[in-house]
Write a protein that binds this ligand. Structure first.
Ligand code: DP6
Length: 402
């Protein structure tokens, strides 16, 4: 039996992918750009074992067995990686015929899927990376990203650490639609992120169906497709120059424009809720009080959770500010903010208003009901997928989850 275990990170786009020109191959209507967040805080972990004695391919996701044949997108990733392995086996008959062996796949996230955090990107990236390791594929990350893309568009960006662009490409077969690293995680170590998990019981429109509804019905989407190329160039330059001012403004504008095309979709799609909008107002007031020099930037994916990008020097203040206006409920106090980088120095949240610039208008938003934000996850920009030791496997030696 051959077995491999890997983890892959979550990425949060600052120039959003929204819209497909080919829904089968998952080819987007615009380039996008994301930041890879630390796997120490958020990751998907996948173990795969190949054994000619297994009866069939089997898949366990977050502890529950799923019918692998019903998961078309995963199936695409299996087909593509098996084909590459088969080619290697043809050239080298000494290789184990792993491409013909049934596979057992076990995958889990270290964050609750119910938290609404993007799990498809890290999950599909972990799957494709683990398959490539298992099959010992000599394929480059950029080539692998074309396969991950067919699992979930945003997954292609989770194959790299740091700052990653997904180039939309123009070929009909998708051969030039792939991810490339703009800068490694070590390039801008001061940049950090705070994920604000916003409570929301409703299950919203999935990104897959939401983006197609936008393509079909939003006239504003034409305008978005006109401005994104310029934004991509400006964002790449801002990252290269570590220019937080440009980075922050483009990030907020692009998130706002993405949610505007959602509102312009007919019928409209709402991903932001009242808490999300409160965080937007708070961040704008925080920046305005600093004479309009940006200290923080928000961005939202297809859900109400905020991701706030800021540099290290301002993160403590931002955490205290969010903690003040969006306090924890009593039940969730122990998990609300676990402070992995010890910014509060073991002191926890104080009852006093955090020290911010005097110009700050403290009544910009009310203090929200406890629990409106259920969790704050402080994280940094970090590396791409990691291969773990065998002792970390999610599968027993018989190929069944532990
Ligand atoms: C709003 O990658 O989840 O997070 O390709 O259909 O699987 P599919 O969609 P998905 O869409 C992500 C959309 C987004 C923006 C982004 O991550 O760029």
């Amino acid at each position: 039996m051959s077995s491999v275990t890997c983890t892959a990170p979550v990425n949060i786009a600052v120039i959003k992918y929204w819209g497909k020109r080919d829904t089968q191959l998952i080819l987007p209507t615009n380039d996008s750009l994301s930041v890879t967040l630390s796997q120490d805080i958020l990751h998907s972990k996948t173990s795969i074992s190949a054994n000619k004695g297994y009866a069939q391919d089997r898949l366990w996701l977050n502890g529950i067995e799923e019918d692998i044949t019903k998961n078309k997108r995963m199936h695409n990733c299996f087909r593509e990686t098996r084909a590459l392995r088969q080619r290697m086996e043809k050239e080298d008959p000494d290789l184990l015929p792993l491409s013909t062996y049934p596979l057992h796949v076990c995958s889990e996230n270290n964050f609750p899927t119910a938290a609404g955090l993007a799990s498809s990107a890290s999950g599909l990236a972990a799957l494709v990376f683990t398959l490539a390791k298992l099959f010992d594929l000599p394929t480059s990350m950029t080539d692998l990203s074309r396969i991950a893309r067919q699992g979930s568009g945003s997954a292609c960006r989770s194959l790299f650490g740091g700052f990653v662009a997904w180039e939309m490409g123009s070929e009909a077969d998708g051969s030039d639609s792939r991810a490339v690293q703009i800068a490694p995680d070590t390039h801008w170590p001061e940049l950090e992120a705070l994920v604000c998990v916003v409570s929301d019981a409703k299950k919203g429109t999935s990104s897959t169906s939401g983006m197609q509804q936008t393509i079909e019905s939003s006239p504003l989407m034409k305008e978005r497709l006109r401005v994104v190329p310029g934004r991509m160039d400006a964002m790449k330059q801002a990252i290269k120059d570590k220019n937080f001012q440009t980075f922050a403004e483009l990030t907020m504008r692009d998130s706002n424009q993405f949610h505007s095309v959602c509102l312009d979709t007919f019928p409209p799609i709402f991903y932001l809720n009242d808490t999300s909008r409160g965080i937007i107002q708070l961040i704008h007031e925080y920046n305005a009080a600093n004479n309009g020099v940006y200290k923080a930037a928000y961005t939202y994916d297809a859900g109400p959770n905020a991701v706030i990008y800021a540099t290290k020097e301002n993160m403590k203040e931002i955490i205290e500010l969010i903690g003040h206006y969006f306090p924890s409920s009593d039940e969730k106090k122990s998990t609300y903010f676990t402070d992995p980088y010890n910014v509060l120095e073991g002191k926890g949240f104080s009852n006093e208003f955090p020290v911010v610039n005097q110009k700050f208008n403290t009544s910009v938003i009310p203090i929200y009901p406890p629990g409106s934000v259920s969790r704050l996850l402080h994280t940094k920009v970090h590396d791409g997928p990691r291969t773990l030791g065998e002792d970390q496997s999610l599968l027993n030696s018989d190929g069944i989850p532990k």
